[in-house]
Design a binder for this molecule. Sequence first.
Ligand SMILES: [Zn+2]
Length: 237
Amino acid sequence: MSEPLPDIPSTLKELHRLRRHLRNLQEEIDRGPRVLKIRQQNLNTEEQAHRTAHETLKKLKLQQKADEGSLKETEQRLAKLQADIHSAASKKEFDAKTHEIAFTTTRKSELEDSILMAITEIEERTAQLPAVDQKWADVQAEFAAYQKEAQQRLERLLTEQKAMQAELATVEQKLPPDVKPQYDRLIKSHNADALAGVSGRNCEQCRTTITEQTRTKLLSGLFVCCPNCGRGLYLAE
Ligand SMILES: [Zn+2]
């Protein structure tokens, strides 16, 4: 009978520290995929912006080419109308051609304006393109670096978690067989919050004041639960 009695509250204090640490680790591990998802969405947005910049320029160039084709046709039509007007057989025909010349002249002017505007926009967008490409390259490199860093962090966290779990199992073995089932039930219900320190005279979980008798039991190394919230107690200070 020389074996000293186990100090259960001290063991609970250590278990509480380990379990809270493990909970924090788990939260950090769980945060990883959520952050990655947001970064992935940002990457997709940037990719779309990059693609749109190139596609818009391509469309503008096609539109300009089509307008130039239309302008050529319009000019040819106008030249023919102006040549033909002198050979009009009647006033009616002359009036009709005059009307069409006016209409075609307006159309020609509209096309010229449209082409000029397109040329200006194409020049501006072409000038911006190197910056657009550079930004997309930077964003991709940044994402790749983040992924690598996140992977390293995860590995570090998992290693730490494994070591903590092993330490937890070792400390839990210190609990006497008659206390272990109660401890297990508490953990099942409240996880890392299953245990609570007593600070001064108060349970740190529910703030209830403990009796002198309870305090004496804790000082004697006995397993005591808070009479109010049921948490396994230990002396915090
Ligand atoms: Zn309590």
